[in-house]
Design a binder for this molecule. Structure first.
Ligand code: NDP
Length: 250
């Protein structure tokens, strides 16, 4: 019960990496609220699963890039659960295309979701965490911020900015007992990576990843649990790469 009685807020919790983080936090004793946008059936199933296991969970439908959503949600959680100890900014999307073909809408929706969504949720919890004089903010970035792929200028820019936001915010909030870190996953088996997995998953696992397998959402959840736990109390402003060695370029 590493997170007993703590309150966690996880964006993009209905599927993939976020879902694994929600389950890991609930299993560790946290009360977990998670945000999802549209996948109602997946959200309902997660609530049922965690509740059946004795956990406390709440599904919150909304769009992370909607300007007032994060504040309204944070206020509601503070009213109902009294505090917010952990924020995980996990909601993210890709919309890949070569730069010369990338329309403004493809750029804006990726940057708005991945970067502005992260900003809005950090802003919503920063003051309550400062008043508590404790808190953990964990931003889910990507190895693609530094180890770039063609067709992902929008995504790489959004995640590179998330890394910069992580470091800057860590400097501002450190004196209040709040840590701010990011996790940069490599190639993780989720819906987001399905298209490329179907095309080249075997090649990527066998030729590009030293650990010879794709990552699972639970590989990222384990590190998110560490970053929320007392074991990482003195770790802040860092971007932890969790990619089975993919970015080593071996
Ligand atoms: P998935 O596509 O599997 O899941 C995305 C989750 O984010 C869903 O729960 C989705 O909700 C939610 N979401 C997306 N947009 C919004 C929005 N505007 N408002 C609220 N919720 C939203 O993605 P992954 O689990 O693969 O990715 C999670 C994070 O990890 C992302 O930030 C991604 O960039 C990052 N990442 C993933 C990698 C991978 O290989 N999979 C590699 C590196 C980084 P809903 O179900 O309702 O649509």
């Amino acid at each position: 019960m590493l997170l007993k009685d703590q309150v966690a807020l996880v964006t993009g919790g209905s599927r993939g990496i976020g879902r694994a983080i929600v389950k890991a936090y609930a299993a560790a004793g946290a009360k977990v609220a998670f945000v999802y946008r549209g996948s109602q059936a997946a959200a309902d199933a997660l609530v049922e699963e965690v509740t059946a296991a004795g956990g406390t969970i709440r599904a919150c439908q909304g769009d992370v890039k909607e300007p007032t959503f994060a504040n309204t949600l944070a206020e509601q959680l503070l009213k109902d659960w009294g505090r917010i100890d952990i924020l995980v900014n996990n909601a993210g999307i890709i919309h890949d295309d070569l730069f010369v073909r990338m329309e403004p809408d493809d750029w804006f929706k990726v940057v708005h979701t991945n970067l502005d969504g992260t900003y809005l949720f950090c802003k919503a919890v920063a003051y309550p965490m400062m008043k508590q004089r404790s808190g953990r903010i964990i931003n889910i970035s990507s190895v693609a911020a530094d180890h770039v792929n063609a067709g992902q200028t929008n995504y790489a820019a959004s995640k590179g900015a998330v890394n910069a936001l992580t470091r800057s915010l860590a400097v501002e909030l450190g004196s209040r007992g709040i840590t701010v870190n990011a996790i940069a996953p490599g190639f993780i088996a989720t819906d987001m990576s399905e298209a490329i997995r179907n095309k080249a998953g075997d090649f990527i696992a066998k030729k590009l990843i030293p650990m010879r397998r794709l990552g699972e959402p639970e590989d990222i959840a384990a590190v998110a649990l560490f970053l929320a736990s007392p074991a990482s109390a003195y770790l802040t402003g860092q971007v932890l790469t969790v990619d089975g060695g993919l970015s080593l370029g071996a």
